[in-house]
Design a protein around this ligand. Structure first.
Ligand SMILES: Cc1cc2nc3c(=O)[nH]c(=O)nc-3n(C[C@H](O)[C@H](O)[C@H](O)COP(=O)(O)OP(=O)(O)OC[C@H]3O[C@@H](n4cnc5c(N)ncnc54)[C@H](O)[C@@H]3O)c2cc1C
Length: 373
């Protein structure tokens, strides 16, 4: 097969959500002409259609792999969001308060040192979240809510990237010069020396079952904020999350989630998921949940549901599946944290550039860790 890094750097990316758009942008920035193919008519139509999501570093007492990876991921996305998105409209880099609520496994350890990434929440921040003065609460300055679709569209808005929607890729074929892709009618819909699979659960089918991926349905609940019941200016996370001050045509909105249905691929709105979200909110921010409970009871709360794509160890999968065939997927519940980092890693590996994170952390994202299934 001719080298994908020859003089004609053409790539096809399948999937136009956070994973595919970030990969397309990273390739375009490195001189590639990229076509993005997606089954949907519009970008960000899968899980990335989420109205707004939280990007925050993960905190653990022993600073585990996920915590370290999440800081690299937040750093990567932050750079893009800062230059591409409108603060207060597409994202809000306010920082977040993590209420380290007691779970079935006990209260998570609170880190005993402050650094650029976290510190003990201040009394004013606890008060704004209507939490007790001694509530276990950490402040993460590098955290934000983001509208995924805004980031996807900004990434795709590059002269070297073309978008083609309404194309469901059903089969891949390797040739001497790269890869051909075919739709469900057997028509060739593209060919290029480099092919990147970023189609979430669709990657599993296209990779002939060589990736172990799980579907995890989720629903968020959201509603309009009331002037009578003010909410904090920043998100709160812990067991689930509460995002606030998200602008809509009808005024600022709050959003809370998310339910978790392993193996479920349906995207209908469910009363039970709203009830689960309210129950989670009651443990996360009890006083604020009581302010919102009447909206749940009166049916004023709206829902959005989607399907996450997760790996068996819940870390993303990035790497080369076959010569010229790369994968970036399994963003799980953290597409905003991980998509940009995975795109950087993919392009660095492809070009033999320095990696964007230490080798052991890169290995923790590499699909080579998954035995073929
Ligand atoms: C309820 C809920 C709440 C969430 N909250 C957060 C949060 O707060 N923070 C956070 O970071 N993340 C959150 N997530 C996760 C986040 O939404 C995902 O990690 C992210 O959107 C995944 O991006 P993706 O590009 O991998 O997948 P998707 O956005 O699903 O994109 C995959 C694309 O591939 C296309 N496709 C699939 N098969 C084919 C095919 N055969 N041919 C062509 N195209 C194909 C699809 O049409 C789709 O556009 C949440 C998810 C849910 C469901």
């Amino acid at each position: 097969m001719a080298s994908a890094l020859g003089s004609h750097r053409r790539a096809l990316v399948i999937g136009g959500g956070l994973a595919g758009a970030s990969a397309a942008a990273a390739l375009a920035a490195r001189g590639w002409q990229v076509q993005v193919l997606d089954a949907a008519d519009q970008p960000a139509s899968g899980a990335s259609a989420l109205p707004a999501g939280l990007m925050a570093p993960h905190l653990s007492g022993d600073d585990n792999l996920l915590s370290q990876l999440s800081r690299h991921g937040v750093h990567a996305t932050w750079q893009h969001a800062q230059s591409l998105l409108r603060a207060g409209i597409d994202w809000n880099p306010s920082g977040t308060l993590e209420h380290r609520v007691k779970s079935r496994r006990g209260t998570p350890p609170v880190a005993d040192r402050a650094d650029d990434w976290h510190r003990d929440a201040s009394p004013a921040q606890r008060t704004a979240a209507a939490l007790a003065d001694d509530a276990p609460a950490i402040w993460h300055p590098r955290a934000a809510w983001i509208r995924p679709a805004a980031l996807v569209r900004a990434w795709l808005n590059h002269p070297a990237i073309t978008w083609r929607g309404g194309v469901r890729v059903a089969r891949l074929h390797r040739t001497d010069s790269g890869w051909q892709v075919f739709d469900e009618h057997g028509h060739e819909v593209g060919q290029a020396p480099l092919l990147v699979l970023a189609a979430a659960l669709g990657c599993g089918l296209l990779a002939d079952g060589r990736l172990a991926l799980q579907a995890v349905r989720g629903q968020v609940s959201w509603g309009l904020q009331s002037a009578h019941h003010p909410l904090p200016e920043f998100p709160i996370n812990g067991n689930g999350h509460l995002l606030t001050q998200i602008p809509t045509d009808q005024g600022p909105a709050w959003l809370s989630g998310s339910s978790y249905g392993r193996g479920d691929t349906a995207t209908d709105e469910r009363a039970q998921d709203h009830a689960d979200n309210l129950a989670r909110l009651r443990t996360l921010v009890p006083a604020l949940a009581e302010r919102l409970a009447p909206d749940f009871a009166a049916g004023r709360v709206r829902g959005w549901s989607g399907v996450r794509c997760a790996s068996t160890d819940r870390r993303p999968l990035v790497g080369e599946l076959a010569p010229g065939l790369w994968v970036t997927t399994a963003m799980g519940s953290r597409g905003l944290t991980f998509a940009a980092l995975c795109a950087q890693l993919l392009v660095a590996r492809l070009h033999g550039d320095p990696l964007p994170l230490p080798q052991p952390l890169a290995a923790a994202l590499d699909l080579a860790r998954q035995r073929p299934v």
